[in-house]
Ligand binder design. Structure first.
Ligand code: NAG
Ligand code: NAG
Ligand code: NAG
Ligand code: NAG
Ligand code: NAG
Ligand code: NAG
Length: 307
């Protein structure tokens, strides 16, 4: 028995060294960062809500002063998080090419498709398909839409030419931040990866936030941190989150004065609708609109005028 144990240990040791040698050959001196997916989600690094709060339906009823009577309801909602977006998918395809010769990354190719994700959900029975989710109480509703390119109430982000030409594009304040952040904060991370993984030509610093996006994708869809997340330290993740937050700040939020005005059409209609109802020229009691994240950003930013 004793000798069996010794032999066993010997094999384990041998295997251990063999693995170390393999790693050394494959990845050189590179570091791989191991994360617990739940830990990263709990710290709010991603779009997904931690389960502790996501599944607590701690909803407070709308309250209004006793003397008021609810006459008309205006509700602006958005879809739940959808991920990845088409530019993310393009960035992931690009990343795969850049890391094509990095052995550790060889198995990280993903099927990044939104249609595929929807089709899977449907086949599992969401919206009364025949799958295991069929017992749930979800009910499809038909939504009538103004074509997006004619909808200036909630699609102003895409339809205002001035915003397109001075906020989304050719935005000197953002462009400067974008450049400086990449040159000072993202570049050292990119240089480290270039060196560690032998990437040639050197990794473009602007791809670091996309590596974070790919990390997010694998966590959200597969609960796995053993792919692109391996390349990022926790601080790299925080710096990538900052890059996207900074971009949203300048392009969709308070970082540009035009964004304080883009939400006005919605509020103007809201006020007129209430007036029209109160003076008897309309019977509309509820206005339910379903927009996007950028719609919400701009409507919240426009509230600056009310404060
Ligand atoms: C990967 O290696 C091949 C063969 O050496 C080379 O032709 C190709 O340019 C390399 N690609 C990248 C992205 O490094
Ligand atoms: C916004 O500008 C870009 C070019 O920077 C153009 O491709 C796009 O079509 C424009 N969008 C709209 C809605 O005008
Ligand atoms: C930041 O600048 C780079 C390089 O010019 C550009 O490719 C990238 O699209 C910019 N980022 C955003 C979010 O516009
Ligand atoms: C980019 O960063 C380098 C090194 O930190 C610095 O020397 C250089 O001046 C920066 N480039 C610009 C245009 O600011
Ligand atoms: C995700 O993986 C972690 C361990 O890596 C596990 O503790 C957790 O239960 C998993 N979550 C889900 C939703 O599968
Ligand atoms: C009702 O209020 C709306 C919005 O202020 C106004 O345009 C409309 O003329 C008013 N109608 C009547 C009948 O007073």
């Amino acid at each position: 028995m004793q000798s069996y144990n010794n032999l066993y240990s010997f094999f384990i040791l041998l295997f251990y060294f063999y693995n170390l040698a393999l790693c050394e050959n494959d990845y050189g001196s590179s570091k791989l960062f191991h994360h617990d997916p739940q830990d990263l989600i709990r710290k709010h690094y991603f779009e997904i809500e931690p389960a502790e709060t996501a599944f607590t339906l701690d909803i407070k009823p709308i309250s209004y002063p006793d003397k008021c009577e609810l006459k008309q309801l205006h509700l602006l909602t958005r879809h739940g998080s959808r991920y990845p977006a088409p530019p993310d998918i393009r960035a992931f395809d690009h990343l795969e090419k850049v890391f094509a010769n990095v052995s550790v990354a060889k198995k990280w190719a993903g099927a990044y498709s939104r249609c595929g994700a929807s089709a899977m959900a449907f086949s599992e029975g969401l919206f009364n398909g025949d799958g295991p989710l069929d017992t749930c109480k979800n009910q499809p509703v038909y939504v009538w839409n103004i074509p997006a390119n004619e909808d200036n109430i909630i699609e102003m982000y895409n339809n205002c030419l001035l915003a397109n030409e001075t906020v989304l594009n050719n935005n000197p304040t953002y462009d400067q931040q974008n450049y400086t952040y990449a040159n000072t904060t993202l570049k050292p991370i990119a240089d480290r990866m270039t060196k560690d993984y032998g990437i040639y030509p050197p990794l473009n610093p602007y791809l670091i936030p996309s590596i974070y996006d790919a990390c997010e994708f694998w966590i959200l869809h597969f609960n796995r941190t053993d792919t692109w997340c391996l390349l990022l330290s926790e601080l790299d993740i925080i710096k990538s989150v900052y890059y996207w937050e900074m971009t949203i700040y300048y392009k969709s939020l308070y970082g540009n004065p035009l964004n304080e005005q883009l939400g006005c059409v919605y509020y103007t209609r809201l006020v007129n609708s209430v007036d029209n109802y109160l003076n008897g020229s309309s019977i509309m009691v509820a206005d339910l609109k379903n927009g996007h994240g950028h719609t919400m950003f701009l409507e919240l930013t426009a509230l600056v005028w009310c404060s």
